[in-house]
Design a binder for this molecule. Structure first.
Ligand code: PHE
Length: 449
């Protein structure tokens, strides 16, 4: 028996926005914006969101609602020969979910550290590397994060996923706006804002566009079966086009605010040294605690900030787990609770190498990557672009955009139909091909993005 879907359009929008808003928005977006020319990067990102991101997200949600299936079966319902795309789309969340929980565990550790009033400890240079290098503690945090995710997903689409998003997403917005306002009042932050917003054309290049595309793709949770799964829970009465627009505003808005927090804060702290912003993963876990320690009320701010990050990461991991659970339930014809328990155990085991790869298994490398980075590479740089490209090709050239248009028009007229057609058929496939080539070359160290 098919379970009930989302109870309302709002519930759906918040759940999908919960998936989209994640570590990518809070940690990666600000760093990319600072690196690639501030305002000009923001502008390009915005244009890509309302075109490329829009078309891909709308397609996935419409495929989900039309077929009513999990990502594994949805593609073969569209066209038998493309069933393999469903398999690829299903592998992506299975790869990402365990290591996402490992990172979620790191965030949890920071939150607990701040709650315990040990903000100072977190500023130590070896605090982060020392923690993630341990064999047991990070796994325990990952386990807790995974457990919380599993309990929520176990409660079902409406009672678990939707209700949790309805609680967490508004809080997340309030926290984000609150911290941004506080940062704006700090002495010296105005210059940081200028640095964030002022277009710096000298840092702008083709690489910046590629980086923006890659970021957008990940940030909107595309090509990992999630939007198909959530789409399959959307009522036929709901307006898909409008929902996608709402989700975009949410996702971009939070990313923009995160930048308005992190860029000025780090900029002021480092006395305007832009290198402080280009720390990669270290930015959130190493630099920010130092920035907080330097501020008045910094330990409170740090606590609130890491709570915000936990919420963002949790709603994303819920969406990953929900996508996989829908696949397991459909494929093996078992109930939700059983599927959740099985997946909990499997994900916990799969998380072990990603966690140990930062410490005792640090010497084991796959294609030169530690486990976590390898899983990240395979999913983000290889599988996701292939799934997205395949999706554009099957919709644009095999089954026809009409199928998607009809699905959108079940509820309302499709306002951007012409734009959508051109995007899915011509522009998006070319852009995705560029992402695929560049991200593989980047990961192999042949070019640097
Ligand atoms: N969209 C999320 C972000 O911006 C990333 C994500 C990855 C979400 C995997 C769900 C699953 O961080």
């Amino acid at each position: 028996m098919k379970e009930k879907g989302f109870s309302s359009r709002l519930g759906f929008v918040l759940a999908a926005a919960g998936s989209a808003v994640g570590l990518g928005n809070i940690w990666r977006f600000p760093y990319l914006a600072a690196k690639y020319g501030g305002g000009i990067f923001l502008l390009i990102y915005l244009i890509l969101t309302v075109t490329f991101g829009f078309a891909l997200m709308l397609t996935e949600i419409a495929i989900g609602r039309k077929t009513g299936k999990s990502p594994l079966a949805a593609y073969s319902v569209l066209d038998k020969r493309f069933g393999f795309l469903g398999v690829l789309a299903s592998i992506v969340p299975i790869i990402i979910f365990p290591y996402y929980c490992v990172i979620g565990g790191w965030v949890l550790k920071y939150f607990i550290t701040y709650i315990q009033g040990q903000a100072q400890a977190a500023t130590g240079d070896t605090f982060f590397s020392g923690f993630i290098g341990q064999p047991v503690e990070p796994m325990m945090y990952a386990g807790v994060f995974l457990f919380v995710t599993a309990v929520i997903v176990m409660c079902g689409v409406q009672k678990g996923v939707e209700n949790m998003s309805k609680i967490l997403m508004p809080i997340l917005v309030v926290l984000c706006v609150g911290i941004a306002i506080y940062v704006a009042t700090l002495p010296g932050s105005a210059e940081g804002f200028v640095y964030y917003l002022k277009p710096d054309l000298s840092k702008f290049s083709f690489n910046a566009v590629l980086a923006a595309m890659g970021q957008l793709f990940y940030s909107m949770s595309l090509a990992m079966g999630i939007m198909i799964t959530y789409g399959s829970y959307v009522s036929k009465k709901d307006n898909i086009e409008k929902s996608v627009r709402n989700i975009e505003i949410f996702d971009t808005g939070i990313a923009f605010l995160a930048g308005a927090i992190i860029v000025p804060a780090v900029y002021t702290f480092s006395n305007g040294d832009p290198n402080a912003l280009s720390q990669g993963p270290g930015l959130m876990f190493v630099t920010l605690p130092k920035v907080f320690a330097d501020m008045q009320f910094g330990s409170i701010l740090g606590t609130v900030f890491f709570l915000l990050v936990i919420f963002a990461a949790l709603t994303s991991s819920i969406s990953l787990m929900e996508a996989i659970v829908s696949i397991i339930m459909e494929k093996f014809k078992i109930g939700r609770i059983k599927a959740c328990v099985i997946l909990f155990v499997i994900a916990l085991i799969m998380a072990v190498p990603s966690s140990l790869g930062n410490g005792v298994w640090g010497h084991i490398k796959i294609m030169g990557f530690a486990f976590l980075d390898f899983f990240d590479f395979i999913s983000n740089a290889v599988l996701m672009p292939i799934v997205a490209l395949g999706t554009c090709l099957i919709i644009g050239w095999v089954v026809g955009t009409k199928k998607i248009e009809e699905e959108v028009e079940v509820s309302e007229t499709f306002k951007s139909k012409k734009l959508y057609n051109v995007l899915i058929k011509y522009i998006a496939p070319v852009m995705i091909l560029l992402i695929l080539i560049s991200s593989v070359l980047n990961a192999l160290g042949i070019i640097t993005l």
